[in-house]
Ligand binder design. Structure first.
Ligand SMILES: [Zn+2]
Length: 173
């Protein structure tokens, strides 16, 4: 079955009243910021949205988005596939006061001048947030795995930015 394209913006109040459910694609060409943050986006982006009114009468929407992207492995400088999986719940707000009162479970999003919210922007922001700070192959898939195994795995938390990353980037230009 061919999926529909996700509308760029929706009126979240009307969508919530209708309990709108959307299952739709975003053409990958439209997400230029995600494209800039990766080597390539492997396919159009799958998204699912459901709009609802919660017990406090807040209009909210819940969504999921996923797509595979290519990143550069920071250990061996070869491309690697990375599966982005985002899940989020937003509550549209008009002002700071409403934003401050939101339950922690919800992310705030501002209505635009037409009373709509931009779903493409939400999906793109959420997918970018799923990207790892330091992309690395699984050890068994990495070109540098022998080196890495003989020197032991460095704890993610303690890892400092690698001074060779800058060199690696220059090399790829
Ligand atoms: Zn690697």
């Amino acid at each position: 079955m061919q999926k529909v394209k996700l509308p760029i913006s929706v009126d979240p109040v009307r969508a919530a009243q209708k309990r709108l459910e959307l299952e739709a694609l975003i053409p990958k060409e439209l997400l230029s910021r995600l494209a800039e943050s990766t080597i390539s986006i492997q396919s159009d982006i799958n998204t699912v949205f459901s709009f609802d009114i919660d017990r406090q009468k807040l209009r909210i929407f819940h969504g999921k988005a996923n797509v595979a992207v290519e990143l550069i492995c920071q250990r061996c400088n070869e491309p690697m596939l990375y599966q982005c999986e985002a899940e989020f719940t937003y509550c549209p707000v008009h002002n700071q006061e409403q934003e401050n009162k939101l339950p922690d479970a919800y992310e705030p999003i501002y209505y635009d001048e037409n009373g709509e919210v931009n779903l493409h922007q939400v999906v793109e922001d959420e997918l970018i947030l799923t990207l790892p700070q330091i992309a690395k192959h699984a050890i068994e898939d990495c070109q540098q795995s022998e080196y890495e195994i003989s020197f032991g795995e460095i704890d993610e938390e303690e890892q400092r930015p690698n001074p060779f990353d800058a060199l690696a980037k220059l090399k790829h230009k």
